[in-house]
Design a protein around this ligand. Structure first.
Ligand SMILES: CC(C)(COP(=O)(O)OP(=O)(O)OC[C@H]1O[C@@H](n2cnc3c(N)ncnc32)[C@H](O)[C@@H]1OP(=O)(O)O)[C@@H](O)C(=O)NCCC(=O)NCCS
Length: 333
């Protein structure tokens, strides 16, 4: 492996695998992720999390789950910044080939925020996304992270969407009572993963930046710890799924600290406006309540009027937000 060079700009080597910083005393390398990095990477994310940074990265658990996704190859798409054998940053490029976008998530240790490392990692990620022939790069930035907003704006990204985190205290929720309906509700069963894939892709067909899932993705997500087919409510008309609500629990130290999540919820476009969304939502919330959950969270696009009205009817309130920034990749950096 070549040694870091003193006083030089970032250098690319033949296979594009390694680059160095310019200052000898702060030399770092950026290289592709290797399987043996996993524990160190998760520790790094957990350590920086304790410093209270509003980061544009996943939690250790989310990162672990995304690294295992069937269509993600971290050895090709995740870049590690390392200094003296210690991880000091990473950038993950999640390629969504079917919609031509790359979703970036990154984390740099606060000690290196003022160095050229954040910019070098982003530059590296964008070049990789271009090599994959993706058209657009997206990054989700917490509302309060001014440094990240400034940096991505400087690199040609611009604001495109605001996403809201909503919260509901189930002990104060206004859950409506229903009369008879033309559809039936029941939980998903093992072996019905394809049905869930179809209703999910159909429900989100017109949704901004939605990348259709494969059954493989869905099976992987259902197999993660604390997930099960039993967490999903389906609405059926005869034997056709027309809507669904996928609930999750983020376990805390004990039941009182565990939080529920409406992870995904959608209705077939041909069956909207007939109460299906409200029915599956209330069934999902009741399922969580029955498991002892009090606080439920979800993420919604602020421009999604139908979903926002649905959630506010039962009492969800905004508690924080994040901003999506995008950059078209056709132009050179
Ligand atoms: C959001 C969505 C689930 C609503 O499903 P739905 O079955 O049409 O909703 P319902 O008929 O049960 O309506 C329940 C409430 O939602 C709100 N709502 C639903 N559609 C609406 C619309 N087009 N405009 C404004 N409010 C709307 C209303 O408050 C409505 O109550 P009301 O009928 O008493 O006025 C559906 O539009 C959808 O699947 N969208 C795409 C996927 C999505 O965005 N999911 C949410 C991701 S966070």
């Amino acid at each position: 492996m070549p040694e870091p060079c003193i006083g030089m700009d970032i250098i690319r080597y033949g296979d594009g695998d390694i680059s160095f910083s310019k200052m000898s005393d702060l030399a770092y390398i950026i290289r592709n992720y290797r399987l043996e990095d996993l524990n160190k990477l998760l520790q790094f994310v957990a350590e920086v999390e304790t410093l209270g940074e509003a980061c544009i990265c996943a939690t250790p658990q989310d990162l672990l789950e995304s690294l295992g996704l069937p269509n993600h190859s971290p050895e090709d798409n995740l870049f590690i910044a390392e200094r003296a054998g210690k991880i000091i940053g990473y950038l993950d490029v999640m390629p969504e080939l079917n919609i031509g976008r790359a979703v970036l998530s990154c984390l740099v240790h606060p000690e290196h925020h003022r160095s050229d490392l954040p910019e070098s990692l982003i530059e590296r990620a964008l070049n990789h996304a271009k090599e994959l022939k993706l058209n657009v790069g997206h990054v989700n930035i917490p509302q309060e992270n001014r440094r990240a907003k400034r940096l991505f704006s400087k690199l040609g990204f611009s604001f495109v969407r605001r996403f809201l985190e909503l919260r509901l205290d189930l002990s104060k929720a206004h859950l409506p009572k229903f009369s008879k309906t033309t559809f039936q509700l029941r939980r998903l069963r093992k072996g019905e993963e394809e049905k869930l894939t179809q209703i999910q892709n159909r429900s989100f067909v017109d949704t901004w930046s939605y990348s259709p899932n494969t059954s493989e993705d869905i099976i992987y997500r259902l197999g993660l710890p604390h997930c099960s087919v039993q967490d999903i409510i389906l609405a059926f008309e005869v034997d056709k799924p027309i809507g669904y609500c996928w609930t999750k629990i983020n376990p805390g130290e004990d039941k009182a600290n565990s939080e529920g999540r409406i992870y995904m919820l959608g209705v077939d476009p041909d069956h909207r406006g007939k109460g299906v969304g409200m029915h599956v939502l209330v069934a999902g919330l009741s399922l969580l309540k029955g498991k002892g959950i009090r606080i439920v969270q979800l993420t919604v696009d602020s421009a999604n009027k139908a979903a926002r009205a649905l959630y506010s009817t039962v009492g969800f309130e905004v508690w924080k937000s994040s901003l999506w920034y995008e950059k078209a990749l056709a132009n050179p950096l």
